[in-house]
Design a protein around this ligand. Structure first.
Ligand code: C5P
Length: 307
């Protein structure tokens, strides 16, 4: 294992995600909602580096975009990941210093915290030289958060249950997206609570839109634009109506489709080509309707060791 650890530590890169379909059912007794969702990982990344630290200590540093919004104590999922991994794999007094460099928006509906958590699971299992399989990491990930298994897996996947029972989906080619990062956060539990208010009797029969899986296999962006769906979008827009303006600006600027990413407030615009995405990102930046505009593509890999 020493060959991948480098001299100072272990580095892992993890991507953000968008939901191409997000269908939500009635709240369960455990507070979670049953989902039928199609995730796609996209090329906005957080980088995480772990180094040895005294037993039981997990000092965390965060740099990059919105670093000041990220807790560095035991509330951070990377610390919870470290404690759970240490407990589960027989080195309960292990510790590690964890440095996170953020680009994925914080509380932005792109599973940034889950990406960091997935990266921590992978990095620490290498740093501590643990005999842990990918499927065991997926099980630990489930215990830490509903989006963590997908952050480990990446690419395109169909998720049911809390969104954490996953099967990979064939996706041909690459899709070009423009992301509008908001200058405010939206709490995921608050968006699900508004969903409950807006949908007192949601259908328990969930499924992704007819044709979505066939469309992904064909790689046709225009067809994909026609089947994108997010049941949380009305809830996010009702909490933050200004997001409708951002969505309208992107459509005026030539997007094939616009949607709230997960629970928001990030807005994802689908473009017909890389050139169209470049044009869209310039026009959206000029419209001044969000904090930052980022051009990304997907699908990309899940949490991966970096040389
Ligand atoms: O699992 P995680 O901590 O990422 O979920 C954050 C919150 O999002 C949950 O506490 C819950 O309020 C909401 N959630 C939900 N149904 C899901 C996933 C998340 O209600 N399937």
């Amino acid at each position: 294992m020493a060959d991948v650890r480098g001299i100072d530590g272990v580095r892992v890169r993890a991507s953000g995600k968008i939901n191409l379909a997000l269908r939500v059912g009635p709240r369960r007794s455990d507070g979670y909602h049953p989902l039928a969702t199609v995730f796609q990982s996209v090329s906005v990344y957080d980088d995480l580096e772990v180094r040895p630290a005294p037993p039981g200590e997990f000092p965390v540093t965060v740099t990059g975009a919105q670093a000041d919004l990220v807790p560095t104590d035991g509330r951070n999922l990377v610390v919870k990941a470290g404690r759970l991994l240490a407990e589960a794999y027989g080195s309960p007094d292990a510790g590690a210093a964890i440095a996170i460099r953020k680009s994925i928006p914080v509380t932005g509906g792109m599973a940034g915290g889950s990406a960091d958590c997935a990266a921590a699971l992978v990095a620490l299992s290498v740093l501590w030289d643990l005999d842990v399989t990918q499927s065991e990491l997926l099980d630990l990930g489930k215990q830490l958060g509903a989006d963590v298994p997908f952050s480990l897996m990446g690419q395109t996947a169909y998720g049911i249950g809390r969104g954490d029972d996953l099967v990979p989906v064939l996706s041909r080619g690459s899709y070009h997206w423009v992301l509008a990062f908001a200058d405010f956060e939206l709490s995921t539990p608050a968006v699900f609570a508004r969903f409950d208010e807006l949908n007192p009797d949601p259908s328990p029969a969930l499924g992704v839109p007819t044709g979505m899986l066939e469309t992904l296999a064909s790689g046709d962006a225009t067809a994909l634009a026609g089947v994108l769906v997010n049941d949380l979008q009305p809830a996010a827009l009702s909490l933050r109506p200004e997001l409708s303006k951002t969505m309208a600006e992107g459509m005026d600027a030539g997007a094939l489709a616009s949607m709230v990413s997960g629970s928001g407030p990030t807005i994802a615009f689908l473009a017909s080509s890389e050139e169209a995405a470049i044009d869209l990102s310039f026009r959206l930046s000029a419209a001044d309707v969000c904090r930052t505009v980022r051009r990304v593509s997907g699908p990309v890999q899940g949490a991966k060791l970096v040389a």
